[in-house]
Design a protein around this ligand. Sequence first.
Ligand code: PAN
Ligand code: ZN
Length: 184
Amino acid sequence: QPKLDPFTTLLELKSGALDPERGTPQVRTQEDLRGFFQVAPEDPDRVVYQVLPMPVPKENSEIQCSTTIIEPGTVGDEYYMTKGHFHAVRDRSEIYLGLSGEGRLILATEDGRYRVEPIREGTINYVPGGWAHRSVNVGDDPLVFFAAYVGDAGQDYATIERDGFPVLIGPGDDGPAVRENPTY
Ligand code: PAN
Ligand code: ZN
């Protein structure tokens, strides 16, 4: 017998809003990102990003999905970004679909290889298992994308909090600049 009933939710493509909301939005402030940016929060209560979930059981027979909305802004020399994570079950993969704004997706392996990919309206980023991933808003408007991933993937934030990513992205002379992370 099927475990779940079908459902339909309207995703507003520009804003990322879900109607009806299907779970409690997860709100991340500058304070929540302490230890992920290179410097301490400048305006601790300010919202950096929100994740609007469509929860299903966290099992590998299911597909988790959500929209992420990252506000424009910076802390120190870095653009607003997500914490970033490896999947707790390392080989679990994910797909991002860009909806609006301008962003970058930083991906990194545990042995230090990295890639920087674009996120904007219409991009589809494939995040293979084993690659940590962090999204960065490099534009002046909110960055919005939809994510779908294997249901039991889970998120390992601790490894990123300890080691960071090989590169950082912040404002440069000719737009967004990718710099080596001195503390990686
Ligand atoms: C995404 C992320 C979301 C927020 O749904 O969870 O963009 O980023 P952090 O989880 O790094 O705070 C995803 O990659 N899920 O696996
Ligand atoms: Zn993920």
